[in-house]
Design a protein around this ligand. Structure first.
Ligand SMILES: [Zn+2]
Length: 57
């Protein structure tokens, strides 16, 4: 159980980016810099569309 990754679509520029579901640091969009994920100690808080969930093996 290495964790889960999610593909997040930025609501500002529609860039899709893979984000670790339990991100320990704030994740910003690589294109426009909008915050995509905020660490909470568990699953990161993601205020954008999650396109798909990718189970890590
Ligand atoms: Zn963006």
């Amino acid at each position: 159980m290495a964790g889960t990754y999610v593909r997040v679509k930025c609501s500002d520029c529609e860039n899709e980016q893979i984000v670790f579901g339990k991100a320990a640091t704030t994740v910003s969009c690589a294109v426009c810099g909008t915050t995509l994920a905020v660490p909470t100690g568990g699953m990161a808080e993601i205020d954008h569309e999650i396109v798909e969930t990718v189970e890590a093996r």
